[in-house]
Design a protein around this ligand. Structure first.
Ligand code: HEM
Length: 525
């Protein structure tokens, strides 16, 4: 038989693809037929097989925001093989985090299966069950509670002073500081020291090793999330990344195992009476406790530490970077903040943690930054049961995607939502007139940067404590001149594509000394 021409070959291939698309569509329609009586939320126009995937772009929160602006605040989408409920308004966010919190207390299945990296053992992906409840309690009472925050105060202060001293050196030499890099190093050093007393200098720089691995892991997570959307074809994605899928978690496992063994050795030496316990010491105590309510495994422990690194470092650093960029673009806010610092703290000592409750404007500036620039704008949950949501039917197993960016710019609850206006958080409402039993102010009720309900971020107090203390010190000690230019220059607020909200351009600033606490002569007693 004569060989096929290219034209014939491509024509036959085209016919095959077309026929299989129709067959697949037919099967899908048959499979979902029994659900056609459901009253699902509205949906934008859909394509066969890929569903609504064509609406997505690398800046995830932005394209989802565009979808809600065009089609409405509650949408039913199909991303590849996943049914998705897209939530974009304040009232719908309230339904997820309050009315339907228990039903949506589940997280989507991890694409990493039993790997320590975001695998089934991770706290972040754990189903709402005994293990998750045990770790959440440990987080709130021990690991990230008030007592541990107090214990780690010295570490945070030491790192903040190290960061400030470097800025003073730069100021002296009239050199520009890469604030994005400096702030990221500061949060990394603090987090890794708090979690496992890791060394962040010298030859055994474990912080640097972890930071490198976290970076590689983020890239891998992005690739696997995409592969996961392919549904039955996800195995193809796994095949392509199989080497990295073994290598990155393997190196993390080795590093963490070595550090955990060092901690166990120290605990044996000290007879369990460890001074200045870090988070790893506390989790290891729970691991070795024969009477613990839940027996945690070594893999779960390692996964949990990774969750802390992933959840706690870049989120906090990005918030501070956005805040400093907003300060540069709003000199009147910076001036007000400086006045508050001068009147509450004065100019004879560096601001301390105990000053923060009295710095009301500072707290409002931090919240306003997190409202406009939530570092984790895409919050995902999974429904465990069929439910009625916003008057529509939502089947079980639907992935709820809350776009915190849209929710916190909802004009129904925020006046001039795109404006940077910290004063909106200062409106005092008497406790008896407040909107909930906690006596929170009206605007705080619609503040979802840390998620909400049972799965709300357990690191919220640590995050506020770090951001408030660092920003307060930066404002107290320096004026920040963008690129060393005139004070009228504006920071570039472009966002890096991806699922997090980080600045696309580094913030390069010249620090000009306003007050140097390290130059102040010690007071006579
Ligand atoms: C500005 C800083 C931070 C932001 C904006 C942030 C935001 C978030 C968000 C949106 C979630 C998902 C919540 C939900 O599903 O409702 C989350 C979960 C989580 N965050 Fe944070 N976070 C921050 C800092 C931290 C810190 C400092 C830590 C700890 C060191 C931390 C640890 C976690 C953990 C372990 C979870 C998983 C909770 C669970 O699944 O139950 N985060 N965070």
């Amino acid at each position: 038989m004569a060989a096929m021409t290219y034209v014939e070959y491509y024509f036959i291939t085209f016919l095959l693809v077309l026929t299989s698309t129709f067959i697949l569509q037919y099967i899908l329609r048959r499979l979902t037929k029994h659900r056609t009586h459901l009253c699902l939320p509205p949906s934008p126009p859909v394509l066969p097989l890929i569903g609504h995937l064509h609406y997505l772009s690398p800046a995830a929160y932005k394209c989802l925001h565009n979808l809600c602006s065009k089609y409405g605040p509650l949408l039913y989408l199909r991303l590849g093989s996943f049914p998705v409920l897209l939530v974009s308004s304040a009232s719908m966010a309230n339904e997820i985090f309050k009315t339907h919190d228990l039903n949506f207390a589940y997280k989507p299945k991890s694409p990493f299966e039993d790997s320590i990296l975001f695998g089934t053992s991770s706290f972040f992906h754990a189903p709402y069950g005994d293990y998750w409840r045990f770790m959440k309690k440990l987080c709130l009472t021990e690991l990230l509670g008030a007592r541990q925050l107090e214990r780690s105060r010295g570490v945070r202060r030491e790192e903040l002073e190290r960061f400030l001293r470097k800025a003073f050196e730069k100021a002296k030499k009239r050199e520009v500081v890469d604030l994005s890099k400096g702030i990221m190093t500061l949060t990394n050093n603090i987090t890794y020291r708090m979690v496992m007393s890791a060394s962040c200098s010298g030859q055994d720089n474990d912080v640097e090793k972890c930071v490198g691995l976290v970076r590689e892991s983020f890239q891998l997570v992005a690739k696997m999330t995409l592969a996961n959307l392919l549904g039955p074809l996800r195995k193809v994605g796994v095949f392509f990344f199989r080497k990295q899928l073994l290598d990155v978690p393997g190196r993390f496992d080795e590093l963490l195992e070595r550090i955990m063994e060092e901690h166990e050795e120290r605990a044996r030496r000290d007879g369990g009476e460890i001074e200045n316990k870090d988070l790893m010491d506390i989790v290891l105590e729970a691991f070795h406790d024969k009477d613990a309510e839940v027996k945690i495994s070594r893999t779960q422990m390692k996964s949990f530490f990774l969750d802390l690194f992933f959840g706690g470092t870049s989120t906090t650093a990005h918030s501070m970077q956005w805040l400093m960029a907003e300060m540069i673009n709003h000199p009147e806010v910076f001036k007000k903040l400086r006045e508050e610092m001068d009147s509450v703290v004065g100019r004879d000592r560096l601001v301390e943690d105990s000053d923060i409750p009295s710095l009301h404007y500072l707290q409002a500036v931090v919240k306003e930054t997190l409202r406009l620039h939530p570092p984790a704008p895409i919050i995902t949950r999974l429904s465990r049961e069929d439910c009625k949501f916003g008057g529509f039917d939502v089947p079980k197993g639907t992935l709820a995607v809350v776009n915190a960016h849209s929710v916190m710019r909802d004009p129904e609850v925020w006046d001039n939502p795109d404006e940077f206006y910290p004063e909106r958080f200062l409106v005092a409402i008497p406790r008896e007139e407040a909107d909930d039993k906690m006596g929170r102010k009206g605007q705080d009720l619609n503040f979802w940067s840390f998620g909400g309900g049972r799965r709300k971020c357990p690191g919220v107090n640590l995050a506020f404590s770090l951001i408030n203390a660092t920003v307060a010190a930066m404002v107290q000690c320096f004026d920040w001149k963008l690129d060393g230019a005139e004070y009228t220059a504006r920071a570039n607020m472009e966002v890096t594509p991806g699922v997090t909200m980080s600045m696309a351009h580094p913030l390069l600033c010249l620090p000009v000394v306003h007050f140097n606490p390290f130059d102040t002569p010690a007071k006579d007693n």
